[in-house]
Design a protein around this ligand. Structure first.
Ligand SMILES: N[C@@H](CCC(=O)N[C@@H](CS)C(=O)NCC(=O)O)C(=O)O
Length: 193
C-alpha cells in the first residue's frame, strides 16, 4: 500500500492525488498540517507535504518526484520522453511556482504585521506566472504541466478569492474551467469540512 502524507488543500499533494486517481492507483491518505506536526520530520526532514511511503518503508519527498514515481508504476503518460519532456517539466515548474507563491503569500499574511515587501514579491510572482500561462498552449490529454497549473489555480482561488485573475486572462480562465471537469480534478477537490 502506498501511504501519502498530505492535505487536501495543498496544491502539491493534490498533484500526486490527481495522478494516482487518473491511473487507478490506491493511496492510503494521511492527513496532516505540516507546520504543526514536528513528528512528521521523521518522514520528511524538510517537514513539507506531500511525502510518499512505500511498503518497504522507503520515503519519497517532493511532489515532482512522487508524481513521476506514481506515473511510472501506474504506466501513465503524464511524463513524456524526448523534447516534450522538457516542455512538460518546465510547465510543471511554472505551475508549482504560482502555487508556491500563493502558499507563501498566505502564510506571510498571518504574521503581525505582515511583511509587506516580501508579500508583494510573492504576489508579483503569482501575477507574472499567470500572465505567462495566459499565453501557453495547453495539451489535451494533459501532461504533468497541465496538472500542476490546474492544482495551483485551484489553490489561488481558495487562498486569494479576492484576486480577479480571470478578468485579464480569458484564455487561462476558459481552459481552467474546462479542466475542472476532468474526473481526477473533481475527485481531488478539497471538500469543505
Ligand atoms: N516543492 C515541494 C513543495 C511542498 C510544499 O511547500 N508544501 C507545503 C504545503 S502546500 C508545506 O508542506 N509547507 C510546510 C513548510 O514549508 O514548513 C513539492 O512540490 O512537494
Amino acid at each position: 500500500m502506498l501511504r501519502l502524507y498530505g492535505n487536501p488543500l495543498s496544491p502539491f499533494a493534490r498533484k500526486a492525488c490527481f495522478i494516482a486517481h487518473a491511473l487507478g492507483l490506491k493511496l492510503e491518505q494521511i492527513e496532516i498540517l505540516p507546520l504543526s506536526d514536528e513528528g512528521f520530520r521523521k518522514v520528511n526532514p524538510l517537514g513539507k507535504i506531500p511525502a510518499l511511503v512505500l511498503d518497504d518503508g522507503t520515503a519519497m519527498i517532493d511532489s515532482r518526484v512522487i508524481c513521476e514515481y506514481l506515473d511510472n508504476v501506474g504506466g501513465g503518460k503524464f511524463f513524456p520522453a524526448g523534447a516534450m519532456r522538457w516542455k512538460a517539466l518546465t510547465l510543471q515548474a511554472l505551475g508549482d511556482g504560482v502555487g508556491e507563491a500563493s502558499v507563501v503569500y498566505s502564510i506571510l499574511g498571518r504574521e503581525e504585521p505582515p511583511p509587506a515587501k516580501y508579500r508583494t514579491r510573492q504576489m508579483a510572482a503569482m501575477l507574472a506566472g499567470m500572465d505567462a500561462l495566459e499565453h501557453t498552449e495547453f495539451r489535451d490529454p494533459p501532461l504533468i504541466g497541465e496538472v500542476a497549473v490546474a492544482c495551483a489555480l485551484g489553490y489561488v482561488d481558495f487562498r486569494q478569492p479576492e484576486l480577479d485573475w480571470r478578468g485579464s486572462r480569458p484564455r487561462l480562465a476558459g481552459w481552467y474551467a474546462q479542466f475542472c471537469e476532468h474526473p481526477s480534478m473533481k475527485a481531488t477537490a478539497a471538500k469543505p469540512k
